[in-house]
Write a protein that binds this ligand. Structure first.
Ligand SMILES: Cc1cc2nc3c(=O)[nH]c(=O)nc-3n(C[C@H](O)[C@H](O)[C@H](O)COP(=O)(O)OP(=O)(O)OC[C@H]3O[C@@H](n4cnc5c(N)ncnc54)[C@H](O)[C@@H]3O)c2cc1C
Length: 393
């Protein structure tokens, strides 16, 4: 049975980041998880919430945790791209449009406190620089010209995985079915029957942690079954009038839905798509089979139509006639912050609960879990106790 010092179970956004930070200072590091190809199909192989070409990245957030880990991760994007030759950051800028003046003010202050540059363009500037957007009067708009835009989450995971391997980490393609804590460490049994062991194990299995029984300690995780709409955009429009479109988070007045919109990106089919998704909670998957089924074939025609109707209001001149949808799942905790902490006398580290916000901040979030496993200094931006698993008990 192969033995490691550190084994990360789940090599998505948060797991691949942790493996990278562990391998920076230690040998004997491995990361376990399926490839997207292995997960693609009707079998039980776990899928992932980063199988997409675009995620919003921004510092702007009223929560000091999210603005802090975003700033730290964004500051490291270019160095990671250079070290791995994997381009994943499109610095298109970010816009926050909010009917709640107090929340917009809190977001403005927190972004500055986190070290982000943010401005409040007036209506004339908005009309001249971003003519494709329409905001109701009374909506407060914040704009980050830099340190914001989109990342390619597949590319980010690939870059962090490459960096971890450059630093000596091993990749194990497969998935865990059982984790057993022993006096001398932890044994992990894989679905193919193989067993590996390690001094310390991290569980970073994303949405699957809501059902997978790997962790001896249950943490409150709620899955959200999402669909996002991809509007097909002609290349000349994507590279023309929308070439400098920032990503947008919008909380409009009245009973309109809150959404996030990404600038047009080229998808694996070679076409450009502008994506819109809903902010907030969605119906949960009831069990593992329902989770797998949603990732595979999930559809929500009512939500898709709501998203298209909302986009028509936000971008009235955009042609929305050609579109498709994608299914995905986010994983929330009760306080909308991840669970990062040691259990089982420090032999297991939990790093769970992306809350729909972790893709952009994988690096800094992974560093938190790794610092606990290494026993090194906690990097913040908030005290460890505020992310600990027992904060809900
Ligand atoms: C529609 C949608 C839009 C989003 N938009 C944004 C955005 O704009 N900005 C942003 O920052 N975030 C966004 N997110 C959130 C972001 O994608 C997630 O927070 C992030 O992917 C969570 O990272 P993770 O590592 O916890 O999970 P994942 O990235 O899902 O990784 C978990 C990994 O664990 C593996 N795994 C599961 N079970 C096992 C097992 N038993 N053994 C081994 N491996 C296993 C899975 O296959 C997967 O590879 C969005 C999410 C969704 C669904």
């Amino acid at each position: 049975m192969k033995r490691y010092k550190f084994l990360v179970v789940g090599r998505g956004i948060m797991g691949s980041a942790a493996a990278m930070h562990l391998a920076e200072v230690s040998d004997g590091v491995a990361m376990l998880g399926p490839t997207e190809l292995m997960a693609d199909g009707s079998g039980p192989v776990p899928k992932a919430s980063h199988y997409d070409a675009g995620r919003v990245t921004r510092i702007a957030d009223p929560d000091p945790f999210w603005s802090g880990v975003a700033k730290r991760s964004i500051d490291r994007y270019r160095a990671l791209e250079d070290a791995t030759s994997e381009k994943f950051f499109n610095e298109a800028g970010f816009m926050w449009a909010d009917c709640d003046q107090r929340r917009a003010d809190a977001t403005f202050d927190m972004t500055q406190r986190a070290g982000g540059e943010v401005s409040r363009p007036d209506s004339a500037e908005l009309a001249s620089r971003f003519p494709y957007f329409h905001f109701e009067s009374g909506v407060s708009v914040l704009y980050q010209r830099g340190d914001g835009g989109t990342i390619n989450p597949r590319g980010y995971v690939s870059a962090m995985t490459k960096r971890a391997v450059q630093l000596g980490a091993e990749v194990i393609e497969g998935y865990a079915q059982n984790i057993a804590v022993r006096s001398d460490g932890v044994t992990v049994r894989l679905a193919d029957g193989e067993e590996v062991s390690a001094d310390r194990v991290m569980i970073a299995t994303g949405a699957y942690a809501a059902f997978d029984q790997l962790s001896p300690v249950k943490v409150p995780l709620k899955t959200n079954k999402h669909t996002v709409v991809l509007i097909e955009v002609p290349q000349e429009v994507a590279e023309g009038e929308l070439h400098d479109m920032p990503s947008l988070m919008s909380q409009p007045p009245g009973d309109r839905i809150g959404t996030y919109t990404l600038s047009p990106l080229r998808y694996p089919d070679g076409k450009f798509y502008l994506k819109i998704g809903i902010e907030g909670s969605r119906p949960a998957a009831n069990d593992l089979d329902a989770l797998n089924a949603w990732f595979r074939t999930g559809d929500d025609p009512t939500l898709n139509q709501q998203l298209i109707d909302e986009l028509r209001k936000l971008m009235p001149s955009l042609d929305v006639s050609s579109w498709k949808w994608l299914a995905c799942v986010t994983t929330d905790t009760p306080d909308r912050r991840p669970v990062i902490g040691l259990i089982e006398d420090g032999k297991i580290c939990l790093q769970l609960g992306g809350n729909g916000y972790s893709a952009k901040s994988g690096d800094a979030i992974g560093e938190l879990g790794a610092s606990l496993m290494l026993g090194s200094e906690w990097p913040g931006p908030i005290p460890a106790a505020e992310l600990a698993p027992d904060r809900f008990s």
